[in-house]
Write a protein that binds this ligand. Sequence first.
Ligand code: PLP
Length: 477
Amino acid sequence: MITKRSLNENLLQAQYAVRGPIVTRAQQLEEQGQKIIYCNIGNPQAFNQRPLSYLRQTLSLLEYPELLRSPATMKLYPRDIIERAKIILARHPDGIGAYTQSTGIPFIREAVAEFIRKRDEIPANKDRIILTDGASKGVQAVLLALLQSPNAGFMIPVPQYPLYSASITLFGGKEIRYYVDEESSWQLNEEILTQSINKARSEGVRPVAIVVINPGNPTGSVLTNDNIRMIIGFAEKHHLSILADEVYQENIYDKNRKFLSFAKAMHDLKAAEIPLFSLHSVSKGFLGECGHRGGYLELRNISDEVMSEFVKLQSINLCSNVAGQIAVYLMVSPPTPGDESYETYIGERDAILSSLKSKTEILGSGINQIEGMSLNMPQGALYAFVRFRLPPEKDIDVATMNPEERLAYESKRDFDYCLALLEETGICVVPGSGFGQLPGTLHFRITFLPSHDEIGQLVVKLKEFHENYIRAESVTS
Ligand SMILES: Cc1ncc(COP(=O)(O)O)c(C=O)c1O
């Protein structure tokens, strides 16, 4: 028998809080009949978000092309969808059950390049695009490829989406953490970046890349153009590649913020020396097709030689799943005016985005009114990172703890809080320590994907729970 101890040490060390012990406990409670409000994950269709009609209609015809020969299809499907399915099959006669080129179906990569050209008014090359099983696989490909030695370090935000820390641990690289600034709505700060890179270098780590998540998970921030330009300057100065995780680019709710891609910003700055790896996905935005596992990785400012290695890496997995590739195609080329399905598409898209926007407001303003809790109103993405304050515990002096002890102590505190919240109210959130947080602060991440009613109820329960928790803590302190 193999035991846990026979397994890869890196796997044992990797942590992934978004699906950690709190979620396992939530599932147990659910099995025992308790109603759980899962606010732990950005999985829109698990919250009854309906799939976009045009996307599923097209996929269904491609999954079962016999439907194209049935008269019933003509009645059931919009004309442009039937035409589109026929065109896809003509361009890709193998259908969706066959392996494709390793980097993905060529006309889909071309459609992605065209999407980038239109979005950013910059050139884009289909041969620098790889279709991936969700953005996650693209991220992992970049981390793996850039990890030239065990000393290679990746600058990752704190708080961050734990795909990064977990994958770096898994592949045996080094994290170089940089804090994003809660006081300035979670923007990056050059001084903090410089301090963390200098510290890493002094410890023998060799920084190779900086990861930027924009819009941010778990912070819900949208970076300003100036902040993006600062990051590009920083990367240039320190010879870093940039890994731009832009999976939430359609999820922007603050009218004063606009999405600026790193590709566009770098093009405008003529920053042609910095390797850029940008990621996008069908999982977020208004598609919410997490289960279809579709995404793309665009590589810029890299040589043909380097590209070939990325192609080889992708070839080792043969290719990404083909339904996911088609979902990417449909994301980057939705119905256009004049198509029968256009009005439905626009209606569905706008309803999803406006509902998300109004839920950020209900959740954000509700939580900001709870004494001892605060958050930066989410400007984008699907989450808020909520700060909460607990009274100091009796006989515990954090000032005398070393950094590891303090981290362990504070991680336990926010974990215990989130577990008690789950047990008492059925609200499932993720402790801030799962994403990382500034010492001396406690947070949890919550998604605003539940329904308006549920979010309203959740705010009330959260307030009551927090007051009781503080009262109980004050008695024992
Ligand atoms: C910032 C960020 N990047 C990447 C991903 C992974 O997305 P995908 O489903 O495309 O793998 C997520 C998922 O939540 C995310 O939040």
